[in-house]
Design a protein around this ligand. Sequence first.
Ligand SMILES: *[C@@H]1O[C@H](CO)[C@@H](O)[C@H](O)[C@H]1NC(C)=O
Ligand SMILES: *[C@@H]1O[C@H](CO)[C@@H](O)[C@H](O)[C@H]1NC(C)=O
Length: 504
Amino acid sequence: MVLCRLAAFLLGGTILLSFASSWAVNAQEDSSSSSSVFSSDSSSSSSSSNNDILGLDGSGTTNPSKCFWHIMAKLSEQIKLPTRFTYRAVGSGTGIAEFLGKEVMDANGTEVTTYEAYNDFGAGDIPIESADRSEWITRGIEFVQLPFVLSAVSFFHNLPGVPASGSQGLNMTACLLSQIFQATITTWDHPDILAINPSLSVSADYPIYVGHRVKGSSSTDAITHYLYAQCPQTSEQPEGWPAELVGSAIEWHESTNECDGSDLMAECIQSNEGSIGYMDAKHGYEALLTEIRVENGNGNFLTSVDAGVDGVRAAVDVDLVPLAADEDFSAMEFYNMPGEDTWPISLVSYIYIRKDLSFIQNPARRTLLKAFATSLFDPDYIDLCDRYGLIPVTSELRDLSLAGLDMLKLDASESDMWVFEKDTLPGLGQGDRVISTRRQSFALYEADHIADEVDPMIEDIRMLKLELASLKAQGMQASNGCIVAKDMALAVGALAGAFLLSFN
Ligand SMILES: *[C@@H]1O[C@H](CO)[C@@H](O)[C@H](O)[C@H]1NC(C)=O
Ligand SMILES: *[C@@H]1O[C@H](CO)[C@@H](O)[C@H](O)[C@H]1NC(C)=O
């Protein structure tokens, strides 16, 4: 009887919760529509000083692409004049190539180096190579590299029966991973694996399916740096990771499997029992994969969730950070860093901006580039990217980047400078060069709101399912059955279905 009450209580609570939140959405819709949706006439009555379409076009790494799109949409809604921001997610390598004008394709498909900028800014999860930086400087082209977010890359597996979280998860050292990814360890029952995984029970000779990325990938770059940092191949340590296999695209053993693109990697792991692979940690969790507990610089085993935001940020070593944003960043990397809870595979994402922006015709676009880059260090904007597993940089890196923005040659008049309206600026707030947090668009408002509501509800459903499973198990033992549990299963199913529908 107590169980039945508990089930009914849980069920009632969930339904009430979802009613309460949809009511909250409607209530806020009403209040915002009266103040903003019907006041759009004001723009046509005020004069615009510049009729050019304002905006920016960037290209580069896929990892923070949703973050860029989100902040760009935010800025567009907050600026009165029409703006158009675009970002092509083409990978760090292409982003750098287009930024430098290095080995790009001309109209005939021939590879050329023009030294011209093909984007207003580039972005990547790797610093620009030292040799390229020197060569571009000798041609009079200087630039700043601004680290703006950190993220965790991790290993995931598909071994049924191993707990998805907690201390009972699968443990791996860099030396073991090194042998698995070089295919010198090929079965899960290898004694070295069992030695640090006493509760792992797999059948004899159970094969390991190794998945790896093919094209240049920042996650390949990150994990190979980690393997080499913790377990470098030496004559005393022949099982270690070889120096020549550190990079974004490497030569893999023929018995390993190609899983290109983060989506395909998740698919690869999901559809192959006994598999192991790697990707940015957030992506792995979205695909409901099981993370491996890897060994960190202090010899502790942990997942990226155990490490948390603090564990990823703890990897930043100020001694390795250049003194200024226009210096060489190629030696700045934070793999296998010390600390009890420090995450050993922390990735740094950069945007790259040329100091001389005269290639951008409209001065208001040059100043807008600076405003956009500034927003990447402002919690009002960069915190939007928390949802995508991106962590704002530490204060040292932030200060370095903001000082780097002051090195830009904007060559623009005072009237082309952008102002952020945080507290209401009566009159001034309606200006052409104002980015106002008071100005919103309904579509983005609603999208953000729904996402904020849905994330915790999915977690609720997961918890209810667990609760349901244990109720069922207990119900089996009870002599008088409990009908509520069955109704509850239906309700949970219906809720889950409704969410799936609203996603499509
Ligand atoms: C492409 O090829 C055509 C024909 O060979 C030539 O006339 C043209 O100049 C080439 N364009 C470039 C950008 O090299
Ligand atoms: C991983 O190591 C912990 C001790 O740190 C241990 O309790 C756990 O059972 C190990 N995992 C497996 C799968 O054996």
